[in-house]
Design a protein around this ligand. Structure first.
Ligand SMILES: Nc1ncnc2c1ncn2[C@@H]1O[C@H](COP(=O)(O)OP(=O)(O)OP(=O)(O)O)[C@@H](O)[C@H]1O
Ligand SMILES: [Mg+2]
Length: 268
């Protein structure tokens, strides 16, 4: 059996909403993530789907420990991320990396591709063989050596996403949290990026959390699928079960909305 890499236990996160009141009433809260639990094994891909505002990105940010007030437990290889010290967190941050929907806004426009991909190494105090490592990683992500000296605006959307992936991979993480990584791309480019992620998984043994609105893409890439609704993980299981025999009404509704690509596949 593969090892469990990430174990999320009863995780909740809420945001204060409205104006702070001085007298009496407590400030209102919006519970963006409610009591979510799941685990991911090494090399596994968990797809997360759910309508806009259901808490997918908030859950991802909890795992990245981008908030300080998360309830529950998130174990990465037996270390609770939510209680990790600064030092421990530095180590964990090498192991879990994130890629985003819009690579353009997450890449510094004044840095070359080489600088962008080197930065995480430099932040970790690594100085040796940086250029070789960056070259190797950008090639692994389907870019060429000459891209090293280019700026983000000189890349196509798909190439920029490759750069975002290279930046995440340079520290050799075990888990990649991808929040809508292909939603901003043309359909043909989406497929290339999905293929790249699958290739990298094969080569490097990566685990993914793959958040997407696109149920067809999630079906393609995932081993397990979780369905979020209003902060709750209302259904989670092996992909085959979720897609062939959904239990929750909301999952059924979501699946009915998938466009069927070929008329011969149209059963309903
Ligand atoms: N920093 C914040 N302050 C207040 N509310 C927030 C904050 N971040 C998220 N929320 C709220 O939490 C809820 C969940 O948001 P989240 O971004 O996680 O949804 P999502 O499932 O990722 O949606 P989408 O599919 O549109 O990306 C929403 O109601 C959102 O308005
Ligand atoms: Mg989101």
């Amino acid at each position: 059996m593969e090892k469990v890499l990430l174990r999320v236990e009863n995780v909740s996160k809420s945001f204060p909403i409205g104006r702070k009141t001085i007298f009496g009433k407590e400030q209102q809260k919006l519970q963006a993530v409610k009591n979510v639990s799941f685990q991911i094994k090494e090399g596994e891909t968990l797809g997360i789907v759910g309508e806009s505002g259901s808490g997918k990105s908030t859950l991802a940010r909890c795992i990245m420990r981008l908030y300080d007030d998360v309830e529950g437990k998130i174990y990465f290889e037996d270390k609770n991320i939510l209680e990790a010290s600064k030092e421990e967190l530095r180590e964990i941050r090498k192991e879990i990396q994130m890629i985003f929907q819009d690579p353009y806004s997450s890449l510094n426009p004044r840095m070359t591709a080489g600088q962008i991909v080197s930065e995480p190494l430099i932040n970790l105090g690594i100085r040796e063989n940086i250029k070789e490592r960056v070259m190797e990683t950008i090639k692994l992500c389907g870019l060429d050596e000459h891209h090293y000296y280019r700026y983000p605006h000189e890349f196509s959307g798909g190439q920029r996403q490759r750069l975002g992936i290279a930046r995440a991979l340079i520290v050799q993480p075990k888990l990649i949290v991808a929040d809508e990584p292909t939603s901003a791309l043309d359909v043909s480019i989406q497929a290339q990026i999905i293929n790249l992620l699958e290739e990298l998984q094969e080569k490097l043994g990566l685990s993914y959390i793959f958040i997407s609105h696109n149920l067809a893409v999630v079906e393609h890439i995932s081993d397990k699928v979780g369905v979020m609704l209003k902060g709750e993980m209302v259904e989670m299981g092996e992909k085959e079960g979720i897609y062939k025999n959904p239990q929750h009404d909301y999952t059924k509704t979501l699946l009915r909305a998938i466009p069927v690509e070929h008329p011969s596949q149209r059963k309903r």
